[in-house]
Design a protein around this ligand. Structure first.
Ligand code: MG
Length: 386
């Protein structure tokens, strides 16, 4: 028998004060460990944004903040005896000096949100194409997002500023002129290859001065100068960020990154998962929810145990759920009609929870205690038969 609720479930929970349970949308399935709109799901961590867009948020790792001290976050890759110059800090910027070679962050990292600002030399060099304001941001030292003064200076498109060098031209040229700061935001997912199988080709999203120039561009093995790479080229989990010395005094400032949450192929548990991972995660969630139930009592404990059952459908766990529900209904039936009126929120909360489990065929549609709860609710005019 179906019933019409006079009160929404959220209102019932509200009326019940301490009574709550997650039962919301479609339940966990073979590829989703949580239900839709699941309150048991962890809240996103709080990140304090910077006062101004482009500034480092609270969880960012700052690699260069304009100070001499932050130059200590970097190392020259060219050995001292072969280096004709060093990168310098000048006017709050990290500037390439010709002959200095690449500089690399001491910090190694993988998937990230990276913010970099760069400036081509303010005095236009009497050079064209790739020889004007050339540098580069190398993710993990392996994949170059091109830095180039392309303002009124065309070059081959897959080597233009914002290109995944040798792989994909930028979708637009949104550069400011030389001598002006360019804002560059990068979202990087490294390729993941295991046992010769490409699990994820990796991608780059790039915004230059707020304009999308790369949109989840597949990395095709990472590209490079004049040659394509094999799609199954193996990348490490982490690598150091490199900035290129291409012989031009390009400047950088405000460099920071944030690690990204892992993809499901990389141990992450958000989004669609494979069946084995889903099963393991569902068991873990059920254990956590039951641990919460252990500190509760009465109807709240029953609701929490029913909630936990949704994740793993553990038959031995159902025995305890059933025991508590049966005991509650038996006790209810022994009360006077007047005393039963005091149990409205409990009865409706339990009836709603069991209805949810029945709706998704997680418990029997003819579960007798639920039938009894429905009859009591109708007799009290809390529910109307439909
Ligand atoms: Mg370059």
């Amino acid at each position: 028998m179906k019933y019409q609720y006079h009160l929404s479930f959220s209102l019932i929970v509200c009326l019940a004060g301490s009574l709550s349970a997650a039962f919301h949308g479609d339940p966990p399935d073979a590829n989703h460990p949580w239900a839709v709109h699941d309150d048991n799901r962890p809240q996103p961590p709080r990140v304090e944004p910077a006062p101004v867009v482009g500034g480092a948020p609270s969880d960012a790792v700052v690699l260069f903040d304009g100070s001499e001290a932050s130059l200590g976050n970097w190392v020259h890759l060219r050995p001292d005896d072969r280096r004709r110059a060093d990168w310098i800090v000048k006017d709050g910027a990290l500037q390439c000096e010709r002959g200095a070679g690449y500089i690399a962050s001491k910090e190694a990292f993988g998937d990230c949100q990276l913010h970099v600002e760069w400036m081509a030399p303010p005095v236009i060099e009497k050079k064209t194409g790739q020889k004007r304001g050339n540098s580069g941001v190398f993710l993990m030292g392996m994949i170059e997002v091109q830095v180039l003064d392309n303002y009124n200076n065309p070059s081959y498109p897959d080597g233009s500023a914002g290109a995944v060098y040798g792989v994909m031209p930028p979708a637009a040229n949104s550069l400011r002129g030389p001598g002006e700061w360019q804002s560059c935001d990068i979202i990087f997912r490294r390729p993941i290859v295991r046992d010769g199988v490409v699990l994820d080709a990796g991608s780059l999203t790039v915004l230059i001065n707020g304009v999308v120039v790369q949109d989840s561009t597949p990395l095709e093995g990472g590209g490079g100068s004049k040659h394509r790479q094999a799609l199954d080229r193996v990348f490490p989990d982490q690598g150091r960020l490199r900035l290129q010395d291409h012989g031009n005094p390009v400047r950088y400032r405000n460099i920071w990154y944030r690690p990204l949450r892992p993809r499901s192929v990389d141990g992450g548990t958000d989004g669609r998962l494979d069946e084995a991972t889903t099963l393991a995660k569902r068991a873990e969630i059920a254990t956590d929810v039951r641990a919460r139930a252990a500190d509760q009592n009465g109807m709240q404990q029953t609701l929490t145990l029913l909630d936990a059952y949704m994740y793993d459908l553990d038959s031995s766990a159902w025995v305890e759920c059933d025991r508590q529900v049966v005991a509650y209904v038996k006790q209810l039936k022994a009360l006077s009609a007047e005393d039963i009126t005091q149990r409205q929120q409990e009865v409706l909360s339990l009836h709603k929870a069991l209805s949810y489990l029945q709706r998704y065929d997680l418990i029997a549609s003819d579960y007798q205690p639920q039938r009894a709860l429905g009859e009591i609710a109708v007799s009290q005019a809390w529910l109307k038969p439909q």
